[in-house]
Design a protein around this ligand. Structure first.
Ligand SMILES: [Zn+2]
Ligand SMILES: [Zn+2]
Length: 179
């Protein structure tokens, strides 16, 4: 499966927002930095933008948590409905033709909504409904978009995967019946 930079940027921003803002974490400054890091123009986040983006991020999480293809399509459609007003092709900065879901004159919140909704829709199409998920380690709420070759990723990071492997090993190592 091939993903070019622009097709993946919406998914990457969605993943980063969900992982940053979970459970009240993050703040307006960190949010602005995150968006600047993903090349958003004028990524100025005040209290109003922060509140709107937190709400939106709660909805982004539902796409990663969807446990069936049908559910995933429904959660993405709900985002598209609110987040994307128009779609058009453009080629700029030496990039080939790719989809844009918002205009540069739209507000920051509108641009974030449009890019993440549109990017998730493209990803779900390319990934045939799969490859989005939540970390398999108990207690970790991070989400991920799986672009690995096999598409069997279960953890948000190698660190969580290793921690879980160690725990499983310890459980297995215990003699039966002991505590
Ligand atoms: Zn572009
Ligand atoms: Zn994790």
């Amino acid at each position: 499966m091939q993903f070019n930079h622009d097709n993946m940027s919406g998914v990457r921003v969605a993943e980063a927002l969900v992982n940053m803002l979970d459970g009240g974490a993050g703040d307006a400054g960190a949010l602005g930095d995150l968006l600047a890091g993903h090349l958003f123009h004028n990524p100025e986040v005040g209290a109003a933008e922060e509140a709107l983006l937190r709400d939106w991020t709660t909805r982004l999480r539902t796409v990663f948590e969807s446990d069936s293809e049908e559910d995933r399509c429904a959660t993405v459609n709900a985002l598209l409905e609110q987040g994307v007003k128009r779609v058009f092709l453009t080629a700029h900065d030496g990039l080939g033709p790719h989809l844009h879901f918002a205009e540069t004159c739209d507000s920051l919140v509108e641009r974030v909504r449009a890019l993440t909704a549109g990017g998730l829709a493209i990803f779900v199409t390319e990934a045939a409904g799969g490859r989005l998920g939540t970390c398999a380690r108990d207690g970790c709420r991070k989400v991920f978009a799986d672009t690995s070759r096999g598409g069997r990723r279960a953890y948000c990071s190698a660190r969580c995967g290793n921690a879980d492997a160690v725990m499983r090993y310890r459980k297995r190592g215990r003699p039966a019946g002991s505590r």
